[in-house]
Write a protein that binds this ligand. Structure first.
Ligand code: ATR
Length: 296
């Protein structure tokens, strides 16, 4: 079928999807399908399984087939950045991309994970929220893997004065220091056994480890040292309420879950491919929550 262009100059039907391995459990199609329907857009979003070996070939196939672009998840975020012709500031800084946009014969790479993280903290507002205690006080962060990088970049952008990072393998923290170079944010590395002590005076605790995810051990730590104004962010979204978030709620602290981050990081992708800025609505959240509950 010949493709047409709509008023936004986007080819219809516009096609996109999520590249990963495995990709079976991705909730991204649910999110983008909801927005396509809400905005009556002639488009599609599909799961695009690709092994590391096949990644480049699959991406080139999508370009040739006229796709608008794709999201990228594990283990391909670094490969996606490498493959791109053009990268936005975030992707270039992290050397990893979760969004590819195919336009003008080029592959454009972007990284929207940090945006998703900050929007979640800000309750979806474009302007920083009134209670900014998380950004004016030290932040405690657990984990030093791939997922921590975009979050550290976002925290640096938000101007947090101090980042206390604890990771089981402490040496890995050194590989993150470059993200703070030339910025006012100071990084300190905290031994894993001292993770509860580092919470003193922190406005925010972020878990970027896989602990607390279904099938993984819980994140075992006392939140006693966190001030009453602190918020707790867990990037894990299956289960939605991790033992960490449960403990934070019991202490009366504000909590932000990984689903919030997943929903907000999808917004710039949808805008880039389909030409409409979609909204993260309570209805969309309920839809994904129901799906997570059914599948867990
Ligand atoms: P991702 O890309 O999702 O961040 P990753 O790079 O494998 O995944 O990182 C997983 C994170 O969870 C790491 O910080 C890891 O700690 P190590 O660097 O010491 O491996 C952390 N993690 C995983 N299992 C853990 C466990 N049982 N105890 C403590 N930390 C753990």
């Amino acid at each position: 079928m010949m493709s047409e262009k709509n008023s936004n100059n986007i080819k219809t039907p516009a096609k996109a999807g999520i590249l990963g391995w495995p990709v079976t459990h991705s909730r991204s199609p649910l999110i983008h399908d909801y927005w396509l329907k809400t905005h009556s857009i002639d488009g599609s979003y599909e799961k695009l399984p690709a092994t590391s070996e096949d990644f480049e070939r699959v991406v080139m196939g999508l370009v040739a087939a006229g796709y608008a672009g794709a999201n990228v998840t594990a283990p391909h975020k670094e490969a996606a950045f490498e493959l791109a012709d053009v990268a936005d500031t975030n992707a270039a800084r992290l050397r990893a991309a979760n969004l590819l946009v195919f336009k003008g014969g080029d592959i454009h790479a972007a990284n929207t994970d940090g945006y998703g993280f900050l929007q979640s903290l800000r309750g979806g507002a474009d302007e920083p929220e009134i209670d900014k205690s998380w950004s004016t006080n030290p932040v405690a962060l657990l984990g030093a893997g791939g997922a921590s990088r975009a979050i550290i970049g976002a925290l640096v952008d938000a101007g947090v004065p101090e980042l206390r990072i604890s990771n089981r393998t402490m040496e890995k923290i050194d590989t993150l220091r470059f993200l703070c170079e030339g910025t006012p944010t100071n990084i300190s590395a905290v031994p894993w056994d001292d993770r509860a002590t580092m919470l003193e005076g922190c406005g925010l605790l972020v878990n970027t480890t896989s602990l607390g995810m279904s099938g993984q051990p819980a994140l075992d730590m006392s939140l006693e040292n966190l001030p009453d104004f602190a918020a707790v962010f867990d990037i894990v979204y299956a289960p939605l309420e991790t033992p960490l978030l449960k403990a934070a709620k019991l202490r009366g602290l504000r909590t932000i879950d990984g689903l919030s981050m997943l929903l907000y990081q999808a917004v710039p992708s949808f805008s880039a491919w389909f030409g409409v800025a979609p909204a993260v609505t309570p209805e969309l959240r309920r839809l994904v929550v129901t799906n997570l509950e059914e599948k867990s």
